[in-house]
Design a protein around this ligand. Structure first.
Ligand SMILES: [Zn+2]
Length: 354
């Protein structure tokens, strides 16, 4: 009996060792298999459909040991350059011989918008990629891009990081949004990764209803829908390409690799404790015309405070926009162009804790 027990114990130990020592598998994505310990450039082809073929350039850094799959997506909006430059830098810096798991870097999610220097929308079909997830393989080009990203990138990831800036003619103060609430996965992990960026603001987006996830679904809400811990990273404004913003994203992603246990590195301490917000509320325009903001900068605003006016093309005032809450104007448009339905200012709602 003792001998049998010893034999079983020895067998179990051998099995455990075999599991640990098992050579890691290649990483499969977009029809390619990437060998452990290597870096590979992958091009996801978005088939021609009714309005032309395009592609999504990725770099996959596949480690020598198993671990999480972090997807860092840049350039969902092709005029938000800090993320795209950070993706380029990370693709060179992260060493496949030194990571556990896999880093999937989408260098530019929206190539037609990037090459077309087009804020907000893909110039081919005038759609906002960040409103059409999960996409449609039979839809227009933007919907087909979303479909490829959802199936090839989000589906293969275990943590999703969607990186943006203030777009053209937008102001923005750096923040990280972490997805929480009953319909999100692992908010505590998302919050830790968010804090690792050291940005001055953190917003919890609490997902309480399916409608919140589905309405004009963004890439980050696609991550939530697919059960991935997800953060939204926002830094830079008005089509800028400042080195400090690029460096801040690179540092945040490297801290994320550490927090997720993918590299052995000491975490850099965040510069300052972040202001915490529980969700945001957007003030929308009902008229098109010329928007005249009172002060198009990030700042505290009070309930009832005038944010700006809209004049029509005869110069007549047609709308006054006021803040519905006490909060912090985190981002918004600087104008002057405004269309009916545009979110003019997005106000984060302060909280003392999560
Ligand atoms: Zn964006």
């Amino acid at each position: 009996m003792t001998l049998l027990r010893s034999l079983i114990a020895a067998l179990l130990l051998l099995t455990a060792q075999a599991l640990v020592a098992a050579p890691p598998e290649p990483f499969a994505i977009a029809g390619q298999r990437i060998a452990p310990g290597t870096r590979a450039d992958v091009r996801i082809i978005v088939p021609a459909g009714r309005d032309g073929e395009t592609f999504i350039p990725l770099t996959v850094i596949h480690g020598t040991e198993p671990g999480p799959v972090l997807a860092m997506v840049a350039g969902v909006h092709g005029f938000e350059f800090a993320s795209i430059l950070a993706a380029e830098r990370l693709a060179e810096r992260v060493d496949p011989a030194r990571i556990k798991g896999t880093l999937v870097i989408v260098r530019v999610a929206n190539i037609p918008a990037f090459e077309g220097r087009s804020p907000n929308v893909n110039p081919v079909d005038r759609k906002n990629l960040n409103r059409v997830f999960p996409g449609d393989p039979g839809g227009t080009q933007t919907q087909r891009i979303a479909d490829r990203i959802a199936r090839e990138v989000v589906a293969h990831s275990s943590f999703l990081m969607d990186v943006h800036s203030g777009d053209g003619a937008e102001f923005l103060e750096a923040f990280v949004g972490a997805y929480g609430g009953p319909l999100a996965t692992d908010f505590p992990l998302a919050l830790r990764v968010a804090q690792g960026f050291g940005f001055p603001n953190i917003v919890r987006y609490s997902m309480e209803t399916q409608a919140q996830i589905d309405r004009g679904r963004s890439l980050n809400r696609q991550g939530v829908a697919m059960g991935k811990p997800t953060i939204l990273v926002e830094i830079g404004q008005n089509g800028s390409r400042e080195e400090a913003h690029v460096a801040a994203i690179v540092a945040g992603v490297e801290n994320a690799l550490s927090i997720l246990g993918m590299i052995d590195a000491r975490l850099r301490d965040p510069a300052s404790p972040a202001r915490l917000f529980d969700g945001t509320t957007a003030v929308s325009a009902s008229h098109a015309g010329l928007y005249h903001p009172v002060d198009p900068r990030p700042r505290p605003v009070a309930r009832g405070e005038l944010l700006g006016i809209i004049r029509d093309y005869t110069g007549r005032e047609v709308e006054r926009l006021v803040s519905p809450v006490d909060g912090y104007a985190l981002y918004g448009i600087t104008g002057p162009p405004v269309a009916a339905g545009d979110d003019v200012v997005t106000i984060a709602v302060p909280t003392t804790g999560f």
